[in-house]
Each structure stands twice: as structure tokens, then as C-alpha cells.
Design a protein around this ligand. Structure first.
Ligand SMILES: Cc1cc2nc3c(=O)[nH]c(=O)nc-3n(C[C@H](O)[C@H](O)[C@H](O)COP(=O)(O)OP(=O)(O)OC[C@H]3O[C@@H](n4cnc5c(N)ncnc54)[C@H](O)[C@@H]3O)c2cc1C
Length: 361
């Protein structure tokens, strides 16, 4: 007999897994979250200032749109977090490449794009702080899910001693392609579900993002918004990323080079990003950090690298049903019925999945 059987185990401590854990814990359930990495957050990752752990820049998501997104709006209220508008005052820089002069022109604003005070990391920290200690077990990559003859779920992890965990119910808050291809399911997942999981790309997973840290936001004094439109790259889209109080000065950008080129020329990439930022603003940053999500096996599957990414449409209904006698449920941005792929979707999936799981109990 297992020594402990949780009411619910959640695989994955990304936003959806953490929000599900908070809701279940508030409903009085005993919950355990198993996370493969060393820290929670999933696709939410930040550059933290050494010593203070203050968030300097987001390496994953940056924007939310509370004006159009009721779910993040209510979670921000619940977690006592605030948001502020993306800085857009001044001209954008159009960069036509190394041997060309940059142009400075006004561009239309990005209506409603808001940033969370303290970075997206603040969402993760606030959720973690709401959970009882020891709810999240990191460095615990789940390798198999097995429904026992009594209906309970046995979860095996790739730890030194292959630790096993037991629960009455399971929420899989891992991108569907990863959950299908890296976890051994006993019994096998139904074909319709398995196909639906294959069809659902993990949003943003083939991309890479840079954060450039400066001493001060001097571009603002020069009438620039911090926005970059890069015609030749490496940065193809960039934005101001200073903190609301202006104490952190930063720019973030998406890299336009394909993943295999990034991998083969990582030193050249850093060098060219520095040169491009100097071309755009007149100064190189004091540091740059490049996060290449295509190299992250916990969110990116080989299929995500094959086909150019388009914003995902809502996935099959089979991603939002209970399996194994309603013991196994899925959550995560990619299973959401609203705003799939986005923070809004990750939180909506948590809300809906927890509701369905509790009703089915
Ligand atoms: C570069 C980038 C920019 C983005 N920009 C935006 C934006 O501006 N606005 C927006 O709304 N959204 C944006 N997104 C999307 C947003 O980050 C995601 O929607 C959201 O973070 C997904 O959360 P999740 O919990 O569904 O999944 P994830 O964050 O992917 O969490 C899944 C977790 O499962 C873990 N895991 C995987 N396999 C296992 C296993 N076998 N065992 C245990 N744990 C496992 C992973 O390590 C991970 O922690 C962006 C994403 C990226 C990468």
C-alpha cells in the first residue's frame, strides 16, 4: 500500500499547473505538483538580478491584455498584482541591416498591451506563495502514468530512486505533444485524444527571445519608444522593457534566425545582436541574455520545429474531457477553449479543468 495517496497530482508547475493547484488547495484537496525542472514557472522565465532576485526582464511572456481578457484580469485581482501599459511614446527604429542608416518613424500603438508589475514572474511567485509548503516537488520528471486496478493513479518519476506517487485524480498540465510523446501511458491513451495531442503545437516553442539590459533608458530621452522593426535581424521585433519605476532599463526582442542557425552560430548571434542594438540606439547594452525555447525539451517537441508556427486555434474537445473513468484531466494553455497558447488560456484551462474535475468527483 502506498504511504500517501493525494487527492490530486498535477504534472507540470507552469502557470496552468500552479493555478490548478491553488484552486484545488482552496477547495480543500490534498495536492502535489510534480515538475521536471529545478524551478516552477514553465514558459514563464525571467532574468533575475543576482543578490536581490528582482526581475530584470521576461524571457518568456511579457504581455497580457486585461481589457479583453477577463480571466487574467480576475487572477490579477485575486493575487493582488497590478499591470501597467507597454511604453510606446516616441518613434520606432526601422533597421534595414548593417550597411544602412536606421530610420526613425512613428508606428501605431499596440492597443491594450499591458505588463505585470514585477514581470510575468510575479504571477508565478504569487501562485507559489498561495500553496502549502512542499506542494511543489521539482526535479521530478514524470515518466509514466499507470491506472491501478482499484482506479487510483500511480505516477513514476525519473528520479534517482524512480520515486512513485499515488493519487485519486491527475491533472496533466504539460504541453499536449510533450505529454503524449514523453510519458508512458498505461493503459494507452484513446486514439482520438492521442491524435488531438499530436495536432496541438506548443505556442512560441520554436522561438528565441533576447533581453538587453542597460544602465538607463536613454533612448526615451532621444525620443525613441524602444520599438525595433528589424528587416534583416537578428532582432526582427523589439520593445522597451523598462520597469514601471524606470529603475530597470531594458529592451527585449524576438530573434528572426531559424532555430538550426541559432544553434550553429550562437556566438555570432550574440555579437550581431549587440551590433544591431548599437545601430538602433547608439549604445551596446551592458549585458544580453538569449533564451532559445527551441532547445527546451520540456516544452518543445521535434514536431514544433518542423512546421512554421501560427497562432493556435482552439484544440479538439477531446483535450477537455476526463479519461480513465474521469481520473485523468488535461490543463494548459494548449488545451484551452479561450485564448489557446496564451497566459489567458493557461489560466482559463486551470479554472475549467478544476471545475470539471470537482464536479466529476
Ligand atoms: C518566448 C515566449 C513569449 C510568450 N509571450 C506571451 C505573451 O506575451 N503573452 C501571453 O499571453 N503568452 C505568451 N507566451 C505563452 C505563455 O508563456 C504560455 O501560454 C504559458 O506560460 C503556458 O503555461 P502552461 O502552464 O500551460 O505551460 P508551461 O509553461 O509550458 O508549463 C508546463 C510545465 O510542465 C513541465 N513538464 C513538462 N514535462 C514534464 C514531465 N514529464 N514531468 C514533470 N513536469 C513536466 C515543464 O517543465 C513546465 O514547467 C509566450 C511564450 C514564450 C515561450
Amino acid at each position: 500500500m502506498p504511504s500517501k495517496v493525494y487527492d490530486v497530482i498535477i504534472i507540470g508547475a507552469g502557470l496552468s499547473g500552479l493555478a490548478s493547484a491553488v484552486l484545488l488547495s482552496e477547495a480543500g484537496k490534498s495536492v502535489c505538483v510534480l515538475e521536471a525542472r529545478t524551478t516552477p514557472g514553465g514558459r514563464i522565465r525571467s532574468v533575475l538580478e543576482p543578490g536581490t532576485n528582482k526581475c530584470l526582464a521576461d524571457l518568456g511572456p511579457t504581455w497580457v491584455w486585461p481589457m479583453f481578457q477577463p480571466v487574467i484580469s480576475s487572477w490579477l485581482d485575486k493575487l493582488n498584482l497590478s499591470s501597467f501599459p507597454q511604453y510606446e511614446t516616441g518613434n520606432a527604429v526601422i533597421d534595414n541591416g548593417p550597411d544602412q542608416n536606421v530610420q526613425q518613424i512613428p508606428l501605431p500603438g499596440q492597443q491594450g498591451s499591458m505588463r505585470i508589475e514585477g514581470g510575468s514572474q510575479a504571477l508565478v511567485d504569487a501562485l507559489v506563495n498561495k500553496l502549502p509548503k512542499e506542494t511543489i516537488i521539482c526535479r521530478s520528471k514524470v515518466s509514466s502514468v499507470n491506472q491501478e486496478s482499484d482506479g487510483s493513479i500511480c505516477i513514476e518519476t525519473e528520479t534517482k530512486d524512480n520515486s512513485k506517487f499515488y493519487s485519486k485524480k491527475l491533472i496533466v498540465a504539460v504541453p499536449p505533444r510533450i505529454a503524449k510523446n514523453t510519458i508512458n501511458w498505461i493503459p494507452a491513451l484513446p486514439t482520438a485524444l492521442s491524435n488531438a495531442m499530436d495536432m496541438m503545437p506548443t505556442w512560441m516553442s520554436p522561438h528565441a527571445k533576447i533581453a538587453a539590459i542597460y544602465d538607463r533608458p536613454f533612448w526615451r530621452e532621444n525620443g525613441l519608444s524602444g520599438r525595433i522593426v528589424g528587416r534583416t535581424g537578428p532582432i526582427v521585433e523589439g520593445h522597451d522593457h523598462c520597469s514601471e519605476d524606470g529603475n530597470v532599463a531594458a529592451i527585449w526582442g524576438f530573434i528572426g534566425w531559424p532555430h538550426d542557425m541559432r544553434l550553429a552560430h550562437s556566438n555570432a548571434l550574440k555579437d550581431q545582436v549587440n551590433k544591431q542594438l548599437k545601430r538602433c540606439f547608439g549604445e551596446e547594452p551592458k549585458s544580453i541574455i538569449i533564451e532559445d525555447w527551441s532547445q527546451d525539451a520540456h516544452v518543445t517537441s521535434p514536431d514544433d520545429l518542423m512546421i512554421p508556427m501560427q497562432h493556435p486555434s482552439v484544440g479538439s474537445d477531446s483535450l477537455r474531457q476526463g479519461y480513465f473513468d474521469n481520473s485523468v484531466w488535461f490543463a494548459g494553455a494548449e488545451t484551452a477553449q479561450r485564448s489557446p497558447g496564451l497566459i489567458e488560456g493557461a489560466l482559463d484551462a486551470a479554472n475549467q479543468t478544476v471545475k470539471s474535475l470537482i464536479i466529476s468527483s
